[in-house]
Each structure stands twice: as C-alpha cells, then as structure tokens.
Design a protein around this ligand. Structure first.
Ligand SMILES: *[C@@H]1O[C@H](CO)[C@@H](O)[C@H](O)[C@H]1NC(C)=O
Ligand SMILES: *[C@@H]1O[C@H](CO)[C@@H](O)[C@H](O)[C@H]1NC(C)=O
Ligand SMILES: *[C@@H]1O[C@H](CO)[C@@H](O)[C@H](O)[C@H]1NC(C)=O
Ligand SMILES: *[C@@H]1O[C@H](CO)[C@@H](O)[C@H](O)[C@H]1NC(C)=O
Ligand SMILES: *[C@@H]1O[C@H](CO)[C@@H](O)[C@H](O)[C@H]1NC(C)=O
Ligand SMILES: *[C@@H]1O[C@H](CO)[C@@H](O)[C@H](O)[C@H]1NC(C)=O
Ligand SMILES: *[C@@H]1O[C@H](CO)[C@@H](O)[C@H](O)[C@H]1NC(C)=O
Ligand SMILES: *[C@@H]1O[C@H](CO)[C@@H](O)[C@H](O)[C@H]1NC(C)=O
Ligand SMILES: *[C@@H]1O[C@H](CO)[C@@H](O)[C@H](O)[C@H]1NC(C)=O
Ligand SMILES: *[C@@H]1O[C@H](CO)[C@@H](O)[C@H](O)[C@H]1NC(C)=O
Ligand SMILES: *[C@@H]1O[C@H](CO)[C@@H](O)[C@H](O)[C@H]1NC(C)=O
Ligand SMILES: *[C@@H]1O[C@H](CO)[C@@H](O)[C@H](O)[C@H]1NC(C)=O
Length: 689
C-alpha cells in the first residue's frame, strides 16, 4: 500500500511540473536584457537563437533557469553541428554576460567568439562551476578567470589565447575546487610555469594537456597529484624519462603519454600503485623495460598500447595473477613494433573480452596455441612480422567475429583447409604472405566470408587457380604472387576484379589472354604487377586498350610477359590519369612490343618512371618527351629507336636515371644531350651507346 501511495505522489508532482505555474516561474528582467545584449553582438547565420525573442527567457534555446529562484543557471550554446561552420556563432562576448550572476554552467564550445583585452566578460560569474570554451574562438580569457573560485570544470582546449596574454598559469591558483582541467593545444613550454600552478590544484581528477609543446615534465618539484584519475599528456615533445612524481599517483584510471619522445625504463610501480588503471597508452615513444614480464597484476586494464617503443622481454608472464585466475578485462592490446620475445600465451581463454590483438613486428617465436580459438570477441588479430612457427590450429576457424587476420611474415607451415575458415563469417582481411603455408581447399568450397584484402604471396595456393575466389564480390586487394599457380586465367576473373585497387599475380605460371586481367571494369585499380621474376606467366595478346580506362593506376608492371603489338595510342590531352605513376613494360626474353612510342604517352604529365627497354620499338622518341616533367627515371634501352634525341629531354629536371643505350639513336645528339643534362643536378646515372 505505501508503494502505491508513493507512485501516485510522483505522478502528481510530474503533472505539476509540466503545468504553466512552474515553467514561467520567471524570467528575471535584468537577465533577459543581459541575454539580449549578448545576442546583439553575435552573428548567428543558422538562426540558432531564433527563439530568443519571447518574454519567457527561461524557455529560450540553450537556457535553463533555477526552478525555485528563476535565475538563469545554465547557458549551453555548444555548437553540436559536427564541423559545419555555418552553425557556429561568432562575434564578441558582451560583458553584459556578467549580469547572469547565478550562472553555474556556461558552454560556448566549438563556436567562433572573440574577446577583447579591455572587456571583462566573465569576471563576475562567481557562481560558475562549469566553463567550456573548447575551440570557441580566441582572445583574452585567462586573466579574467581568477574570481571564478567555484569552478570545478574548466575546458579551454583549443581556445586561442592572444599572444599578449600571460603564458604562465598562475591564475589557476584560486581554483581550489577544480576537478577537471583541459588546456590542450595551448603552448606551455616552461615546466615551472605549468607544473607548479597545476600541482596546487588539490582536487584535480582530470588533467588534459594534449599538444601543449611540453618538453620537460621532470622538473624537480614535489608533486602530489593524489586525487588524479585521468591524465592525458599525449602529442607533446617530452624527451625525459618518466618523471619521478608519477610514482605518487595512486588513483589513476586513464594514462595517455603517447606521441612523445619519452625514454628510459617504464616504472612497473605505476601499474602496481594504480590498481584501478583501465587505460594505458605509451605508444610512439622510446620507452624500454620488460614491462609485460614484470607486471604481475593489472586486473582492471582494458586498453594497453605500447606500440612503437623499445620494450623487450617475454610477451607473457606466467606468474600474472590476473591472467592465471582468468580475470583479465583486456579489450585492446597493441604492443606492435617493439622487441618483445618469448612465446605466445597458451591460455588465451583468459582474455574473454579481447577485441583487438596486435603483436606484430616483434621477435615472438614458438607455436600459436589452439586456445586462440577461445577468444569469442576477437575482431582484429595481427601476429605478422614475428618468428612464429608450427601449424595453424584448426580452432582459429571458430573466431566468428574475426574481421582482420594478419599472420604474414612468420615461419608458419602446414596445410590450411576449409576447417580453418569454417566460422570466419566476418573476415574481410586475410594476410598470410611469406610463410610456408599450403592452402588446400576443395574446388567447390564456398567460403563463409566476403573478403576485401587477400595477401597470400609465397604461399602454395596452386597449381589450380583458386576457384573459391569466384564467390567473392568485394575484393579490393589481391596478392597471389609467387603462389605456385600454374593454370589458365579463368574467364570469371574480370568479374571478381571489378572493384580491385591492387593486383599482383606475378611469379606464377599463368596463361591466357591478358584482357581477362586488365579489363575495362576496373575503374579503381591503382596497382598491377604481373611481371615474372621467377615464374613464367605467358599472357598472350596485345596490351589491351582498356589500359587507358584505368584512371587511377599508379603502378603498372608487365615485365617479362609475352605481350606483343603496340603500346596503346589511346592517351590524349584529357588523360589526367596516372599521377605519380610508374610504368614498366620491360621484357627480357618476354614482351615483344613493336611499333612506335605513341606521342600520346607524353600527355601523362605526372608519370614518374617509364621503362620500355628490351622491346622492338622503332621510330623516334616523341618530341614532347619533355612534357613528362616529373619523370625520375627513363629507360628506353635495347630497342630499335632511331634519329635524334629530342632536345626537350633537358626539361626533365627530376630525372636521376636515364638509359638510352643499345638503339640506333644519333651519337651526335647523345653528346649534345650529355652537355644539356649535366646541368640538371639530380642526374646520377646516364647510359648511351
Ligand atoms: C505565469 O504567467 C502568467 C501569465 O502568462 C501569470 O499570470 C502568472 O502570474 C505567472 N506565474 C508566475 C509564478 O510568475
Ligand atoms: C567541452 O565541449 C567539448 C565539445 O563541445 C566536449 O568534447 C568536451 O567534453 C567538453 N568538456 C567538458 C569538460 O565537458
Ligand atoms: C573580482 O571580484 C571583485 C569583487 O567582486 C572585483 O572587485 C574585482 O574586480 C574582480 N576581479 C577581477 C579580476 O575582475
Ligand atoms: C597530498 O594531497 C592530498 C590532498 O590535498 C592530501 O590529503 C595529502 O595529505 C597530500 N599528501 C602528502 C603526503 O602531502
Ligand atoms: C610525492 O608526494 C610527496 C607528498 O606530497 C612529496 O613530498 C614528494 O616529493 C612527492 N614525490 C615526488 C617525486 O614528487
Ligand atoms: C624486470 O625484472 C628484471 C628481473 O626479473 C629486472 O632486472 C628489470 O630491471 C625489471 N624491469 C623493469 C622494467 O622493472
Ligand atoms: C599488421 O602489422 C603490420 C606491422 O605492424 C602492419 O604493417 C600491417 O599493416 C598490419 N596488418 C593489418 C591488416 O593491419
Ligand atoms: C626464428 O626461429 C628459428 C627456429 O624456429 C630460429 O632458428 C631463428 O634463429 C629465429 N629467428 C629469429 C630472427 O629470431
Ligand atoms: C560454427 O558454425 C556452425 C554453423 O555454420 C554453427 O553450428 C556452430 O555453432 C558455429 N560454431 C561456433 C563456435 O561458433
Ligand atoms: C616464392 O615462394 C617460395 C616459397 O614457396 C619462397 O621460398 C621464395 O623465397 C619466394 N620467392 C619470392 C621471390 O618471393
Ligand atoms: C584477347 O581478348 C580480347 C578481348 O576479348 C580480344 O579482342 C583479343 O583478340 C584476344 N587476343 C587473343 C590473342 O586471343
Ligand atoms: C603525387 O605526388 C605529389 C607530391 O608527392 C602529391 O602531393 C600528390 O598528392 C600525389 N598524387 C597522387 C594522386 O598520389
């Protein structure tokens, strides 16, 4: 019965609060006037303050009043119109704002305000507890804040102080209640001037100084940040070791020191002292030490990023209490690009929340444990560039949420069958290149995934062209070079390649008409490598005209194939394609291109490398070859080119390699050429007959 009564009471109160009697408690006249003055000085292109006309100012957009007193208590004009400049308010912040003496909350973030030095815009807002001027404009603010002694949240990130404003932070000293301080992107070079005022803030829990040009944090000051929970000093230039005062933290939950130049041993004691640490990012520094081996307890850690440092030692600590009791909360582990060694853990099952695991570019050895299949949340797995060996456990096929698997560049061997992929329904990136793996799936296998990137270079995929590729409709990157495929290019391949961006099938023994690979349905292709280093692809036919439709091509290499006919003449002055690209048709014992070098080639103005050597090209070098002004290397050697070398060749100011040897080019002109190109400083190799 009492419960019911209580419920009725709540309904009554709610009704009451919606009635007129409360909502128009008041709009205090002087405050309304102050707001109108404030509005007057603003620009408001998207009319966000359109409602600022009626009597009841407490109902205006962004305003909240105290229900009892009617005073304006909250002004929130945050521009939440994601990056759209047209929604931002501009103009001056009018000093009339000082009339809002009962304001507790002021958020002007992501607008474009200006304050003037002489104006005292915020000085009397004594009750203010929350001030957010993050990316709100520029001007003089810090010198006006000293009276706001009730501030608990102060966000001045990205607020541009005028150069004449005081650079030191002594004005902070009055904020004994401050809990949250964000001064990101302010330039705070001198540690004495930022660190000592901040250490006075005895209630501080959040300190964010991203990109503040901090160079040295190790000032010999007694620092007692006993209440700090959140510290972000990323994107600075600190090059010291971790300052000793870090050992005084005991309540840290979030520590971000990434993108500095910190050196020395990372003190394990930080982990031991801060049992509530959830987030640790020290990536992109020069820190060392055997952090993972030595730390024995990190129950609460969810994000661990040590990427790009010099950490060493075992990747896994058999004595780690958290792991052994199966209590890890880790979601993200990125320790790539370090010197870690030792073996992988053999009880992955303890990391049941793990989503992201990147151990790449270390020296980790030994086998992959079958318990890897017990990571039900795993989406990203990168073990590449290590020294892992042995077979890949079948259980890997259980990782139903896996999207990215990169195990390239290890010593793994054995046979992968369709069981290894059985439940990988979400896989979009599969990198297994440079191992000793054999892929052996049935010809009628339909993979459970639709892959985007496949890198299987130097795996044994063949001898048949893999039929399962036929089922894939979203392939962007396909590298099956040196994959022991000895087969005819299937007729369906050009369908699979319809959205391809990078293609490498070199070093196999492919046969057939190259137009099955370079088809006109490949508008996004940026890279084709079909040259035969060790294998013997023997494509027949002319170079297809479709080549001229591959507008984004950056790298084309058709070396050592069996191509014949002419270089397509389909380029014209509208061929704004192949910017910075590299074109190789080199052909030792393979290609037999004949005919002339098309004049149209000189329209490919941003070409960087051109190699047409060892064909049977005849005629002149195009007169306008000098149009290819970004050309860095030009090799036309071993052809039957004749006549003069065009003088425009001396326009090629970036040329560093030039080979015109073994043709019938006029020697007279060669000599002139030497004179000309020698004035071009970048040349470092020239060859003629
Ligand atoms: C609310 O507004 C009405 C008229 O709009 C007025 O009569 C009434 O007195 C106001 N109530 C209060 C509490 O100010
Ligand atoms: C200040 O505003 C920005 C963006 O409007 C927001 O990201 C940030 O969290 C706010 N700061 C605080 C302390 O709430
Ligand atoms: C601080 O407040 C006092 C009293 O209200 C006032 O006299 C003084 O000018 C204020 N200080 C600043 C810097 O505005
Ligand atoms: C550190 O600061 C806190 C909060 O101001 C205080 O309670 C504590 O005694 C200080 N610790 C030492 C050792 O001075
Ligand atoms: C740690 O805090 C104590 C108490 O405030 C202080 O005496 C000591 O100097 C601090 N240590 C460092 C390295 O700053
Ligand atoms: C880790 O422990 C080893 C001894 O096992 C010690 O030599 C080394 O200094 C410790 N490293 C760190 C970073 O604590
Ligand atoms: C895996 O890591 C390597 C080296 O750190 C990196 O080059 C590669 O791009 C990563 N793989 C994926 C799929 O992101
Ligand atoms: C990789 O492991 C093999 C044994 O599996 C070992 O012979 C080799 O030295 C290791 N290479 C590196 C770079 O650690
Ligand atoms: C794997 O997929 C099959 C059906 O495709 C399903 O029955 C099975 O439960 C899945 N196993 C796991 C571990 O997800
Ligand atoms: C081609 O693959 C084999 C293994 O199948 C490997 O030994 C060889 O180094 C690879 N060659 C190239 C050029 O990558
Ligand atoms: C290759 O295919 C193209 C387009 O289907 C065709 O025009 C050409 O004649 C073929 N070349 C050879 C040598 O079969
Ligand atoms: C070509 O190179 C220039 C200079 O490196 C670069 O600015 C431009 O974005 C590049 N263009 C493409 C399409 O990659």
């Amino acid at each position: 019965m009492p419960t019911l009564l209580c419920a009725l009471f709540v309904i009554q109160t709610l009704k009451f609060s919606h009635s007129k009697a409360l909502t128009n408690v008041s709009c205090i006249g002087t405050e309304r006037e102050a707001l109108l003055k404030f509005k007057q000085d603003l620009t408001d292109p998207s009319r966000r303050l359109g409602s600022w006309t009626s009597e009841g100012c407490c109902e205006w957009e962004g305003i909240q009043c105290n229900k009892k007193t009617g005073h304006v208590s909250k002004l929130n004009l945050r521009n939440s119109c994601d990056g759209l400049e047209s929604c931002s308010l501009g103009g001056k912040i009018h000093p009339a704002l000082n009339e809002l003496k009962f304001l507790k909350y002021l958020d002007l973030s992501f607008n474009d305000f200006v304050t003037h030095q002489t104006q005292k815009t915020l000085t009397s807002l004594h009750k203010l507890e929350y001030l957010n001027l993050s990316f709100a404009g520029y001007g003089h603010i810090s010198n006006q804040l000293s009276n706001l002694s009730n501030l608990r949240y102060l966000d001045l990130s990205g607020w541009m102080e005028s150069p004449s404003s005081a650079k030191n932070l002594r004005w902070l000293s009055t904020f004994s209640n401050l809990k949250y301080l964000d001064l990101s992107y302010a330039s705070l070079v001198n540690p004495k001037e930022w660190l000592s005022p901040i250490t006075m803030l005895s209630s501080l829990e959040f300190l964010i100084l991203i990109g503040c040009d901090l160079e040295d944090a190790s000032a010999s000051l007694p620092v007692n940040f006993s209440s700090l929970r959140f510290l972000d000093l990323s994107q600075n230039s600190m090059s010291s070791s971790i300052p000793p005062w870090f050992q005084n933290f005991s309540k840290l939950e979030h520590l971000d020191l990434s993108d500095n130049d910190l050196q020395g041993i990372f003190p394990t004691i930080i982990l031991e002292n801060n049992q509530w640490l959830k987030f640790l990012d020290v990536s992109s520094n020069r820190m060392a030490g055997e952090l993972l081996k030595n730390s024995s307890s990190c129950y609460n850690l969810q994000v661990l990023s040590l990427r790009s440092n010099k950490f060493s030692g075992g990747i896994f600590n058999a004595h780690n209490i958290a792991l052994n009791s199966g209590q890890s909360n880790l979601k993200t582990v990125d320790v790539s690009d370090n010197n870690f060694n030792g073996h992988l853990p053999n009880q992955f099952g303890n990391f049941k929340d793990l989503v992201f695991l990147d151990l790449s570019q270390n020296s980790i050895s030994g086998p992959i444990s079958a318990t890897l299949g017990q990571l039900p949340s795993l989406r990203i797995l990168n073990l590449s560039f290590n020294n892992l060996s042995g077979k890949i456990p079948k259980n890997i096929g259980l990782l139903a949420n896996l999207e990215v698997m990169d195990i390239g560049n290890n010593q793994l061997d054995g046979i992968l069958t369709q069981i290894h992929f059985a439940n990988l329904t979400n896989l979009i990136v599969l990198n297994m290149y440079s191992n000793k793996l054999v892929i052996n799936v049935g010809t009628s296998w339909v993979p459970p995934f639709q892959i985007q990137d496949i890198l299987m270079s130097s795996c044994k995929v063949g001898p048949k062209f893999p039929n399962w590729l036929r089922t894939q409709k979203k392939v962007l990157v396909l590298d099956m070079s040196n994959a022991s495929i000895s087969d005819e290019v299937p007729h369906w391949l050009s369908n699979v390649l319809s959205s391809i961006e990078e293609l490498d099938l070199s070093g196999n023994m492919l046969r057939g008409n190259i137009s099955r690979i370079i088809g006109k349905k490949m508008p996004l292709l940026t890279q084709i490598i079909e040259d035969n280093r060790s294998g013997r692809n023997t494509f027949t036919s002319d170079i297809p005209l479709q080549l001229c439709h591959l507008a984004k091509l950056q790298y084309l290499s058709l070396n050592h194939n069996n191509l014949s006919g002419c270089i397509p003449h389909c380029f014209n002055k509208f061929s704004r394609m192949w910017e910075n690209s590299t074109l190789y048709f080199r052909s030792t014992g393979g290609n037999r291109l004949d005919g002339q070098i098309p004049e149209g080639l000189t329209w490919l103005a941003r070409l960087q490398n051109l190699n047409l050597s060892q064909n049977r090209l005849v005629g002149k070098i195009p007169l306008d070859i000098g149009n290819l002004e970004y050309l860095e290397s030009l090799d036309l050697s071993d052809n039957k080119l004749s006549d003069e070398i065009p003088s425009s060749i001396s326009n090629l100011h970036f040329l560093s390699c030039l080979d015109l040897s073994n043709s019938n080019l006029s020697i007279q002109s060669s000599i002139k050429l030497v004179m000309r190109v020698q004035t071009s400083a970048s040349i470092n190799s020239i060859q003629f007959d």
